[in-house]
Each structure stands twice: as C-alpha cells, then as structure tokens.
Design a protein around this ligand. Structure first.
Ligand code: FAD
Length: 290
C-alpha cells in the first residue's frame, strides 16, 4: 500500500524506522528487530540509506524482506548525494522489481571522507531534483524530510520552508520530520508551513532517549535542540543507563501523547533497532494504533 493511501483517512498510524547493520555485521541481526516491531502493528517500516550509498544493497534487501516475507509495508530511504542518474535508475528498477512502492527521497549528507563534496557537480543538487526524477520514472509514493527547527545548513528558516514547499509541489505525498523534543517547535512549524500552502500529512519523527552518549552524538549530527527538561534529565539520570532509559521512555510517551492529542496523523518512531523500547512506549500511550 502506498503512503498516500496509508494516510488517506483520519486513522492515526504508527510506523518505525530501522537501519541496516554495518557491513561487517550479519544482515540477519536486523530481522529480529523487524519481527519484534511487526507485533506492534505498524502501518509500514522504513529502512535508512547509508551516506553516499554505503548501505545501498542492504537497504533494498531489508525493505524487500519487510514487504515480501513479513507482509508489512516498507519504505526505502534513498539519498542522491554521490549518485549519478544511472545509479538512481538502477536502484529504482530494483525497488520496482521487489514491489517497494514507497520512497523517502533525500539529498543526503556528503559521502563519507568527502567533507568538501560539491553538490553542484552532482547529478542531483537537492532532494527536489531527486523527487522530480523519481516521479518521472515510475508510480512510487514519495515522502520527503522536513525540519521543524530548520535544516542544519540552511541560512534562513523562511527559505527552508520555501524549499520545503518546492519539494511538496514536486509531488511529495507525506513529510516526515527530523527528530525534535519540544512539541511547541513542531506546532509553530505547522502553523508556518500551513500558511505557505503545505497541506500534505506531516508525520513527526520521534526518537526516544535511552543512552546519553547516543543522544549527544545524534544531536551533534542533526542539530535538534534539547529543552531544559531533557538536559536536567540527562544530568539527573545520565549516571545510570537503566534510570535514563526509564526516564527517556516516559518522556517519549508524554511527547507522543501530546502530539496525538493535537491531531497528528501518525508517528514515525525511531527506536534505534530496539523493538522493546518501541513496545514500552506504545503500551504507555492512551491510544491504540490500527
Ligand atoms: P534538501 O531538501 O535538498 O535540503 C538540503 C539543504 O538545501 C537545506 O538546507 C535546504 O534549505 C537547502 N535547499 C533545498 N532546496 C534548495 C534550493 N532549491 N536552492 C537552495 N537551497 C536549497 N540521511 C541519510 O544519509 N540516510 C537516511 O536514511 C536519512 N534519513 C532521513 C530521514 C529523515 C526523516 C530526515 C529528516 C533526515 C534523514 N537523513 C538521512 C538526513 C538528510 O539526508 C540530511 O539532513 C541532508 O543534509 C538533507 O537532506 P534533504 O533531503 O532534507 O535535502
């Protein structure tokens, strides 16, 4: 089923993100994760794409298993930084053959070990160009990334919203957000982009905190801000993994419940390949996903 159908009614949806294991780790390890997530009744599971195509084969293989062996919907992330049109043609054909209908189309960060990577010399400079290209190549349902706090490289948040509108106008069915921890930021973002004429479903990407090293690394990569309550939590429980995990789950439950109470159409949960974490969060919600 396509994303456009998944979000076509008022029914709230839960979806998950998984990432492929590193190349030196057997791919099978991710299938335990998927079995655990399947029990939680997700509308789909998305599979991330390694920077510069480092997980290319694995992303497609995992998405294909989700769809064809687990009987769940899948969404493959696809980045274009470092890829030629011929590379993208190959991947799209592979996805098509495996019956994957949903793609999260992204520009991506510079390929590993190429910090001076020049996007202007790439076949695709921005995600919008990839979205247009995918549209011209087949009947895929396309999601794109949105950044409630602005993208980390963008110099102006107003321009960031205009570029977001360009992506939506190019044929995006759904926007999935960068992780954020302060819902007020998301609500302001929604007001701003609605005024700009963006009306497609916008699904918050939520990552629970379970380890202080993990969250500091992720925040340094994506630039999301930490509200005071979370900083205090890290200070208070950072010494004990178990206590921090409990506090992180509690925070995620409260954050997601508030988003659902404000009418979001779905939650895209990023439990870092830990199905038990996702299960505890979903059990704590005053909402049953169908
Ligand atoms: P774009 O939308 O192209 O934006 C990139 C920058 O260019 C922004 O600063 C924007 O303001 C600017 N811009 C956009 N259009 C224009 C224009 N026309 N003119 C001038 N400037 C413009 N990365 C991975 O490597 N693998 C993944 O699996 C992955 N999954 C992700 C999932 C989600 C939900 C999110 C939010 C991000 C994910 N990322 C992933 C990270 C993403 O690849 C990076 O944030 C990347 O730097 C930007 O990708 P984008 O698609 O948002 O780019």
């Amino acid at each position: 089923m396509k994303l456009s159908q998944i979000y076509s009614s008022d029914t709230r949806r839960i979806s998950f993100e998984v990432f492929p294991p590193k190349p030196d780790i057997p791919i099978d390890t991710v299938f335990d994760t998927i079995s655990g997530l399947k029990k939680l009744n997700p509308s789909y599971i998305s599979v991330t794409y390694g920077a510069g195509g480092s997980s290319r084969g694995r992303t497609v293989e995992i998405a294909s298993k989700i769809k064809n062996e687990y009987g769940l919907e899948a969404m493959a992330h696809l980045t274009c930084a470092g890829h030629t049109k011929a590379d993208i043609d190959y991947i799209l054909e592979d996805l098509k053959q495996k019956g994957i209908e949903n793609i999260l189309a992204l520009r991506g960060d510079p390929p590993i070990n190429q910090p001076d990577f020049d996007y202007n010399k790439n076949d695709f400079r921005y995600a919008v160009e990839l979205i247009e290209y995918i549209k011209s190549k087949g009947d895929f349902s396309i999601a794109a990334a949105a950044y409630p706090e602005g993208h980390k490289d963008s110099k102006s948040i107003t321009k960031d919203w205009c570029y977001l509108k360009e992506k939506v106008d190019a044929g995006v069915d759904v926007l999935i957000t960068q992780l954020f921890f302060d819902n007020r930021i998301f609500y302001h973002f929604m007001e701003d982009i609605t005024k700009l004429g963006i009306h497609c479903p916008v699904i918050p990407g939520i990552m629970p905190i379970f380890n202080s090293k993990q969250i500091k690394r992720i925040i340094s990569l994506c630039g999301s801000s930490m509200p005071g309550e979370l900083l205090i939590m890290l200070d208070k429980y950072g010494y004990s993994q178990e206590d921090l995990r409990k506090a992180g789950i509690d925070y995620a439950i409260r954050q997601i419940q508030d988003l659902l109470d404000h009418g979001v159409l779905g939650i895209h949960l990023e439990p870092m390949n830990r199905p038990a974490l996702a299960e505890e969060i979903i059990k704590g919600l005053n909402y049953k996903f169908n």
